[in-house]
Design a protein around this ligand. Sequence first.
Ligand code: ASP
Length: 333
Amino acid sequence: MKRVLMIGTGGTIASEMTEAGLTPNLNSQDLLSYVPALGSLCQVDCLQICSIDSTNMTPAHWLLMARTIRERYEAYDGFVICHGTDTMAYSAAALSYLIQNSPKPVVLTGSQKPIHADITDSKANLLDSFTVACDGRISGVSVVFGGEVILGTRARKTYSKSYGAFSSINYPVLGVVQDGRLVPYLRPEPSGPLRFYDRLNERVSLLKLIPGVSPAQLSFLLSESDAVIIESYGVGGVPAGADGEFYRRIQAAEAQGKLVVFTTQVQNEGSDLSVYGVGHCLKQDLGVLESYDMTTEAVVAKLMWLLAMSQDPGEVGRLFYTPVAGDILCGPR
Ligand code: ASP
């Protein structure tokens, strides 16, 4: 029988209703008792590393998850992490950089409704996740939710209430779980030996542009960060292009060795700063980085991972466009 480690972190799946709203009181052993069918699928060990709403997740928790798996990697065939849905996509992206080329599945799952509710997606999500973890044909970090298997660097929460809460962005789903069987469509191949990382640089921030946004907001974030991600509109740009205050402040920040990276508020198809004048100047004159088809969640996690290894903007820029765990397909020409 396969051995799977179930790592509890909290989230709705483990929550009970209290006067203060849903609170993650159940541990992974409690969750397991709601799904006895798991016992015939594999041998499960339970470990609780925290009990939090995933709103409270930090990069320190991502490092804890990676270290927990690293220390027990040889003893198990797969890993299932029960996690709140709100920041699961960030954790999945972070683990994709912290645990690279894993030949074993590392599955994140959770639910929109608590496990004790009469009508809940939690039991199906748990069964599906253990099915993927035991099957082994889809290796590496993934999110299993609503019957779909999504690559860890491509997951995003796109529905706040529906059971099919997650979408795979700019990438096909890896497979589906139907009637307890995994149907793999794609099987990510490790591109090298298994490697764990144990450091992140948290000095990364994100500015979402809105019409009328003040450049002072960018300056504040730049003063607090080693890298600022600007989530701009469409394929990308800044107000007033090369004649504007954003351009000048980005130029000044780059002279101080700060990184500025563009992503887009549009969910599908990614950025291409070279298209419009308001973006072309940033690319051509300032050499800013852009996400292309990477998700904002993956950009956040990738920058934290890269900036923990190097502060050299040239080196970080080169590594930023080097694909990891299928995070970027459509990079610079
Ligand atoms: N607020 C919860 C969390 O992310 C939502 C969920 O788990 O669905 O922990």
